[in-house]
Design a protein around this ligand. Structure first.
Ligand SMILES: Nc1ncnc2c1ncn2[C@@H]1O[C@H](COP(=O)(O)OP(=O)(O)OP(=O)(O)O)[C@@H](O)[C@H]1O
Ligand SMILES: [Mg+2]
Length: 316
């Protein structure tokens, strides 16, 4: 079995979040299970699936989508997007009711629908889930992410939000101070507290916190999975560069999954390609591992145990 604590150094702060990224179908869920199982030997671990396809629960033969305890140190949770979206939109509706009492029920329902079907709401659900895990009591949280596009958009959102929030706060502060000056001039009593402004400050502090966590190697490890094929390797490169540039937190571990034994790769005419990708993975200057192809699709936990014996840990 691998020693993940060694592979993901520095891990000096808890909870430590491990985000497993990669193209669809390369083995993100498989690698997430492998990592979570080995991390659970070192501390309490949550395996959180943000994958809308819910492969994790199917893989482990679980019927429940809720929080499941596998062992005392290993818990699993599948996020159900629709349910989370419902929860977020009803929170927004509540806030709207509070901030704009003049809105009718009919208007609020319209706004709720707009929020529910707005592009980006899925990313917002993931961000909320991440925020929760950074504030949880687990030692380690392994996050099985949705395919690259959604995952990377999610990671960039806190920075985008902060740009918007700073502008909105500026505007709102001006409105509040004008309202105050006008009221004072007219000799009216005025409430200094502004619920909308408070909400904006709260959001700014939450997203600022999240952006900080995502950029700290002690708090967040990025793991990128690929298979020795052109498109998954292309996405690995793109993801690596994206993370270095946008989060400034360099991925710690690269995983080349479903690597064929050389004799079979040669028979299939892909030996050279596979060797080239192995060389490329080694050239990034970070830790990397190879997971061999099991010879059949992994289907259950016994296959995962078998894969544990087929991991090769390689130094930079
Ligand atoms: N080393 C391996 N050997 C054999 N089969 C594997 C291996 N790793 C993964 N698989 C199989 O490959 C398929 C994809 O794996 P997995 O579901 O882990 O990928 P994923 O990246 O999470 O996919 P998705 O993007 O759809 O969530 C599955 O059928 C899985 O059983
Ligand atoms: Mg998956």
């Amino acid at each position: 079995m691998i020693n993940p604590v060694d592979l993901l150094q520095p891990i000096s702060c808890y909870p430590h979040v491990v985000l497993v990224l990669g193209k669809g179908g390369v083995g993100k869920t498989t690698v997430s299970i492998l990592l979570a199982r080995s991390l659970s030997q070192f501390g309490s671990t949550l395996l959180l699936s943000l994958d809308p396809a819910k492969h994790l629960v199917k893989y482990l033969g679980l019927t429940s989508e809720e929080h499941v305890e596998i062992t005392r140190n290993l818990h699993i949770q599948q996020i159900t997007i629709d349910r989370e979206v419902e929860a977020i939109t009803s929170k927004y509706a509540e806030l709207l009711r509070e901030l704009t009492p003049s809105l009718t029920v009919y208007n609020i329902e319209n706004v709720v629908d707009v929020v529910k079907y707005t592009p980006g709401v899925e990313e917002e659900v993931f961000l909320r889930a991440l925020l929760r895990v950074y504030k949880s009591n687990y030692n380690y949280i392994v996050v099985d992410t949705p395919p690259t596009g959604v995952a990377l958009r999610t990671l960039i959102l806190p920075s985008l939000y902060l740009t918007w929030l700073n502008k909105l706060i500026e505007v709102r502060e001006r409105i509040v101070s004008l309202r105050y000056v006008t009221a004072r001039t007219l000799g009216r009593k005025v409430e200094l507290k502004d619920r909308a402004l408070e909400k904006l400050y709260e959001m700014k502090s939450e997203y600022g916190y999240l952006r900080e966590q995502l950029a700290l190697p002690e708090k967040t490890s990025y793991v990128i999975v690929a298979t020795p094929e052109p498109l998954p390797m292309y996405e690995l490169r793109e993801t690596f560069n994206f993370l270095v540039q946008k989060t400034r937190n360099k991925p710690k571990l690269l995983v080349l999954n479903r690597v064929l034994p050389e004799s079979i790769a040669s028979e299939l005419g892909v030996l050279e390609l596979q060797r080239r990708y192995i060389e490329e993975i080694a050239s990034y200057g970070v830790k990397w591992i190879i997971i061999e192809h099991l010879g059949r699709p992994t289907e259950n936990i016994r296959d995962i145990e078998e894969l544990e014996g087929r991991i090769r840990v390689l130094e930079k």
